[in-house]
Design a protein around this ligand. Structure first.
Ligand code: NAD
Length: 273
């Protein structure tokens, strides 16, 4: 087991990549703190881990709310007494032209993806400093290397998270805390369902995306979770400040295929519930 007894907080773990990271971490022996904005999503993930013989608790947490984040860290310390790994996974995104991005849209994305990462890190760091150890993994995106039209707040937030990652990495490297970004390409979660649902032609949409990924396929959440295990484990003891890509080669390709028009996306359907 690669994470035996490590205590790991995973934000936004009620669905998608975060849920998969929680499940894989538990299989690797971690004591997992599952958190999500709504108990209806996150509690069943923690329950299922325990039923499967793993160790997990659930704490409700909207990462954009400071009082929720403080409670998340307090509850983790009450239950397990330490924080070895923090995975800042919670994120929101939508696609719309910049001129239609209202200040409330901007605040929602920046508040979750960037401020949420700051808040969870800021509340966890004092305990990691006491321990003289810790690994913070910030889930970013291939959008930290290149962009697509209609993604301005998301790209600004995720680039900001890479800056935060590098700054914290150099600040804490000598005190045993590692901070890394993990950038997925297109992964089969709600966002991929939303992209397909918004496509005028489903077959064309699938062909378009597959042709723009050198591996010819969308990634699986498990393929991101396995990279997160590496960054959380002592196997990556000399890795800090990196932005590790898991994108099937997407950002290494110099020229992409023909452009594809999608309708606006207003965020995942789950986020609107
Ligand atoms: N799926 C992809 O293709 C892809 C690609 C690149 C990066 N990412 C990143 O991976 C992470 C997970 O994405 P996913 O595809 O699993 O998305 P998802 O929508 O399936 O899951 C995201 C989770 O975050 C939660 N969340 C949203 N706002 C929150 C908040 N304020 N507080 C707490 N939780 C909140 C959602 O409720 C949801 O459970 C995100 O940071 C996303 O930007 C995903």
């Amino acid at each position: 087991m690669r994470l035996k007894n490590k205590v790991a907080i995973i934000t936004g773990s009620g669905a998608g990549i975060g849920q998969c990271i929680a499940e894989v971490f538990a299989r690797e022996g971690a004591r997992v703190v599952c958190s999500s904005r709504r108990a209806v999503n996150g509690q069943p993930v923690a329950d299922a881990i325990r039923v499967a013989g793993g160790e997990a608790i659930f704490v409700q947490c909207d990462v954009s709310r400071e009082e929720d984040v403080k409670n998340l860290v307090d509850r983790t310390l009450e239950s397990y007494g330490r924080i070895d790994v923090l995975v800042n996974n919670a994120g929101v995104n939508f696609v719309k032209p910049f001129e239609e991005v209202h200040p409330s849209d901007w605040d929602r994305v920046i508040g979750t993806d960037l401020r949420g990462t700051y808040l969870c890190s800021w509340y966890s760091i004092p305990q990691m400093l006491r321990q003289k150890s810790g690994s913070i993994i910030n889930i970013t995106s291939v959008h930290t290397l290149a962009s697509l039209p209609g993604a301005t707040p998301y790209d600004a937030a995720k680039w900001g998270v890479v800056g935060l990652t590098k700054s914290m990495a150099v600040e804490y490297a000598s005190r045993g805390i590692r901070v890394n970004a993990l950038s997925p390409g297109l992964i089969d979660t709600q966002i991929w369902s939303d992209i397909k649902a918004a496509a005028p032609d489903l077959d064309e949409c699938i062909r378009y995306w597959q042709s723009n990924i050198p591996m010819g396929r969308v990634g699986k959440p498990e393929e991101i979770a396995q990279v997160a295990v590496f960054l959380a484990s002592d196997e990556s003891s000399y890795v800090t400040g990196t932005n590790l890509l898991a994108d099937g080669g997407m950002t290494s390709q110099l020229i992409s295929q023909a452009s594809f028009e999608s309708r606006n996306l207003e965020g995942s359907s789950r986020d609107k519930k």
